[in-house]
Design a protein around this ligand. Structure first.
Ligand code: ZN
Length: 152
């Protein structure tokens, strides 16, 4: 929590989100027996910062579109929000909030995550955990490898 990532990657366009103010977190909500059920959780560019003319927000859906600035989710209150969703089981697939928590709170994870498979295939580290739950040493090795190999 002391060293959050300073940049993120947009789920829609794949370009860098430079600052918290430039990002939005969005998800869909449908009601199931009076309980909200969330799905399609994404991190995208805020419209004014999108490199795309039509923006990076996901296409409209019949479900209710929920969204908040990325800055709202960083820090302890954001962590608590995600923990409440896990406690209440609001997401249809709990891997969605878990993955987003890693992206927001595990140092280096966001920039390393698309390189893990290639780094492992190149013997950068030997996985000894569930896939995606890598240590800081493994994440740093992956980032170093990606930089040396000019992967982006
Ligand atoms: Zn984008």
């Amino acid at each position: 929590m002391n060293n959050p990532p300073s940049k993120w990657i947009c789920d829609t366009c794949g370009e860098i989100i430079e600052k918290p103010e430039d990002g939005y977190i969005e998800w869909l909500s449908r009601t199931d027996n009076a309980h909200p059920r969330y799905h399609r959780l994404v991190l995208v560019h805020h419209k004014p910062k999108s490199p795309r003319e039509r923006g990076c927000y996901p296409p409209k859906s019949k479900d209710v579109d929920m969204h908040m600035p990325l800055s709202h989710f960083l820090g302890a209150d954001g962590l608590t929000w995600f923990l409440q969703q896990l406690s209440d089981n609001t997401f249809e697939d709990r891997e969605e909030p878990i993955e987003m928590m890693k992206r927001l709170f595990v140092p280096g994870y966001e920039m390393a995550r698309k390189h893990f498979d290639a780094a492992i295939a190149d013997d950068v580290f030997e996985p000894n955990t569930k896939p995606g739950y890598y240590s800081q040493v493994q994440i740093k090795a992956t980032l170093r490898w990606a930089e040396e190999n000019h992967q982006d």
